[in-house]
Ligand binder design. Structure first.
Ligand SMILES: Cc1cc2nc3c(=O)[nH]c(=O)nc-3n(C[C@H](O)[C@H](O)[C@H](O)COP(=O)(O)O)c2cc1C
Length: 205
């Protein structure tokens, strides 16, 4: 008899249309929201996990009523949300194929866990799987200033193959609003996943 999990898997689109997203307890949750909205509008399948601390920051920065389930308002069936302790989530196994994973925002706690192969939740495990399977892993770390421990953990991840993509604003595209800056960061994440987008005016275009 098919389990609920296997039914979920059966409904997923092609592997290159599946993006795993981990939201951890760092500032800048709005980047994850925008990324997910963009990907859903382009009919990608999203497998999302939000850490306990991620939910705290989400409530603080986006408001308690802003639940990630509502981000899939228009394409809800493509947004699957897994509890952080659900190690039966598809992306916890290397045999499950997906295009790539984004940890956005990535707390220094989660950066440390992933860099050291410690899988406290399924976000860490998903990142572990992406690295071992040589699938794209994009880590959007948020902290300032950075300690030597943070920097060494980030270097370990970069050496293991992750793309370290800090949500650093740029000014050459003359942003007018905060949304412009958010789109800039999200655009660079999409670039790292190889997903075509025109979220900001690129240099020399
Ligand atoms: C409002 C708020 C903002 C936070 N911002 C950051 C941050 O920007 N970077 C960071 O590394 N930790 C931040 N923290 C602390 C982390 O949430 C904390 O270290 C937590 O254990 C991370 O757990 P996780 O990686 O499982 O999500 C913040 C916590 C709160 C409550």
């Amino acid at each position: 008899m098919a389990t609920q999990q296997s039914r979920q898997n059966a409904a997923l689109g092609a592997p290159e249309r599946r993006i795993v997203i981990g939201v951890t307890g760092a500032s800048g949750v709005v980047h994850a929201q925008r990324l997910i909205e963009f990907l859903l509008a382009r009919e990608f399948d999203i497998l999302l996990s939000v850490s306990r601390a991620g939910r705290l920051v989400m409530a603080e920065e986006l408001g308690v009523s802003n639940d990630p389930a509502s981000w899939g308002a228009t394409h809800g069936e493509r947004l699957r949300i897994f509890p952080e302790k659900d190690f039966g989530a598809p992306f916890c196994s290397g045999s499950f194929r997906f295009r790539g994973m984004v940890v956005i925002p990535a707390s220094m706690g989660s950066v440390g866990a992933i860099a050291n192969g410690v899988t406290i939740n399924n976000i860490h495990r998903g990142a572990d799987v992406a690295l071992k399977e040589r699938l794209p892993l994009i880590v959007v770390p948020r902290e300032t200033p950075l300690s030597v421990i943070h920097l060494e953990n980030l270097l370990t991840l970069a050496r293991a193959g992750a793309v370290i993509l800090p949500p650093t604003p740029a000014f050459y595209q003359h942003p007018r609003t905060l949304d412009d800056q958010i789109d800039f960061v999200v655009s660079r994440v999409l670039d790292a996943l190889g997903i075509d987008n025109q979220l900001f005016k690129r240099w020399s275009e």
